[in-house]
Design a protein around this ligand. Structure first.
Ligand code: NA7
Length: 534
């Protein structure tokens, strides 16, 4: 097809070649559509390409955090660990790209910086950093929820003459910390993963902590043949069960509230979860809700920290006290707490010794200088909206999406935002997104979008967009559900509160995968109720 300006017109342009983008190419191509995938990086893999810091690992089990669209792929790929490390996940994505011959539709080193809708032509014009332009009838942002790193708002960092590493864009070549004094900033999921690895290598490690995290032992281990074979023998049924769940991951539960049990009985149950590396959040049905069971679980987890970390002052500083378990993302760890028992590791509590600035040779906090050879920034992401608004997206009326979202993102079911026809977002704000097994969620969203495009084409409809009132209703529903959770009462990247100036609101749908998928299917079956077609 040819665009109105004489360029080639693709049916669909997909932005991003991570888990979502790769499956989108496969599915849309299978539907007979022409697809072009534009990827900013020099290779595929999305966040799994960039986040190659030491210790990087998924916090969803590998047998679950993998594609289900191909039974053959599912059978032929064998994960080696319960929680796959970054190199194995990246190798899997490369395998998928090769096996399904996806690379021929991907342009690497092609960063999309702007896109404008031409309403008359019914085309999206996409402009890249190199000044190239491409056109398509539909645009799909497969840009991920956690792919836009938070900018380092750290005074004096530009004066620091040592090495600065960002976990979110770790160098491809090996980094050698042997003999070095290293400082790590950030103790979220990423910091918790890389700190034990760096501690084992560096001469000296200072961990600069602003807010401590609740951590659970991951219970990671090599996957034995019998476990893998048991899942593979019934993979379709297993996936179907996950699709009926809240988060798309197994959540073993007693089905009972903790309030039915004494403190000692609860602690005995939690000890079993701690040993197994499984089931802590879900064992009691009220563990993750405000109330006495959650309060007791917080006490239990703080006692665990005190039991593992030998130095009492360090243990106390590592105990989260300003927010409850479940209000922020739970961090799975391997050797994290134990790392603080090493003679070469020092925790610097920035809540008591405030960060002042970087110097040419290190960092100053709480009136003290910390000489450093290298700094590792594990300071997080501008979640959900960052990857979308960093592209200059304009509709046919010249309105910028970033401005439309200035008071917070607005979508209908995460898929589309009113006023921007034929622009789809995978795992967009207002969808269950990062509260689920994201691979399952992405497959769902790709299928929903592909089915929608197929329906539009069958009916000779050229344009679809979210209806403003359906969108308002959806966002109110999202806010209403979130208001009853622990998340809404505390600060985290889920709330956008880690980014200065970002509107504070809960950015995901907390109603769970199964309910969301059922609602999305119902909307589609009802001729895309809540969307306007032309
Ligand atoms: P997170 O969970 O946002 O953690 C970032 C950490 O960095 C957190 O401890 C922050 O402290 C800290 N931080 C951020 N800015 C600063 C400054 N300026 N000074 C000191 N410390 C700072 O990001 P992660 O990458 O760990 O995890 C994100 C998700 O990615 C993860 O859940 C996985 O799903 C994948 P704060 O809490 O703001 O006080």
């Amino acid at each position: 097809m040819t665009a109105t300006n004489g360029e080639r017109l693709y049916d669909v342009i997909v932005v991003g070649a991570g888990f979502g983008g790769l499956y989108a190419i496969h599915r849309l191509r299978g539907d007979g559509l022409s697809v072009l995938c534009l990827e900013a990086s020099d290779d595929i893999g999305g966040v799994w390409h960039h986040n190659r810091y030491p210790g990087a690992r998924c916090d969803v089990e590998s047998l679950d955090y993998s594609y289900s669209f191909s039974p053959e792929l599912q059978q032929e790929w064998s994960w080696t660990e319960r929680y796959a490390a970054q190199p194995e996940i990246l190798a899997y994505l490369h395998h998928v790209a090769d096996r399904f011959d996806l690379r021929r539709d991907i342009r690497l080193d092609t960063r999309v910086i702007a896109t404008t809708r031409d309403d008359e032509a019914g085309e999206w014009s996409v402009v890249t950093a190199a000044g190239e332009s491409f056109r398509a009838r539909f645009l799909i942002l497969a840009t991920g929820a956690l792919s836009s790193p938070k900018s380092p708002d750290l005074a004096g960092l530009e004066n620091f003459t040592g090495a600065v590493y960002r976990t979110s864009s770790w160098p491809a070549e090996p980094v050698d910390f042997a003999g070095k004094t290293v400082g790590v900033l950030g103790t979220g999921s990423t910091g918790v993963q890389c700190i034990p690895e760096i501690a084992a290598e560096a001469e000296r490690l200072f961990v600069f902590q602003r807010t401590p995290s609740y951590t659970l032992p991951s219970g990671n281990r090599p996957l034995d043949g019998a476990t893998v074979a048991a899942v593979k023998s019934r993979y379709e049924d297993y996936r179907a069960e996950l699709r009926q769940s809240r988060a798309g991951i197994p959540a073993p539960t007693s089905g009972e509230p903790g309030t039915d049990y004494s403190r000692e009985e609860k602690r005995a149950r939690w000890d079993a979860c701690w040993q197994a590396g499984r089931g802590m959040p879900s064992h009691f049905v009220d563990s993750m809700k405000p109330g006495p069971t959650n309060d007791e679980l917080c006490d239990y987890l703080r006692d665990k920290i005190r039991a593992v970390v030998i130095d009492p002052a360090t243990a106390e500083a590592l105990c989260p006290k300003t927010y409850p378990f479940g209000a922020r993302r739970i961090c799975l760890e391997t050797g994290y707490l134990e790392a603080y028992n090493r003679a070469n590791v020092t925790l610097v509590d920035l809540s008591a010794n405030a960060f002042e600035h970087f110097t040419s040779s290190g960092m100053r906090a709480g009136g003290r200088d910390y000489p450093l050879d290298a700094v590792v920034l594990a300071i997080g992401f501008d979640a959900f909206t960052g990857p979308v608004v960093r592209i200059d997206i304009r509709n046919g009326r010249g309105e910028r999406l970033a401005e439309c979202w200035a008071e917070g993102p607005r979508t209908y079911m995460g898929f589309m935002t009113a006023g921007f026809p034929n622009l789809f977002i995978l795992t967009g704000p207002g969808s269950p997104s990062v509260l689920t097994n994201v691979v399952m969620m992405l497959e769902h969203d790709v299928d929903w979008v592909a089915d929608c495009i197929a329906w539009l084409d069958q009916h000779g409809i050229s344009s679809i967009e979210a209806d403003e009132s359906a969108q308002t209703e959806w966002m109110e529903h999202v806010a209403e559900l979130a208001a009853g959770t622990l998340y809404a009462k505390h600060n985290s990247w889920y709330m956008g509160s880690n980014i200065p100036g970002k509107r504070r609101m809960f950015l995901a749908y907390t109603g769970g995968y199964a309910g969301f998928a059922a609602a999305a299917a119902e909307v589609a079956a009802d001729r895309y109720r809540g969307f306007m077609v032309r």
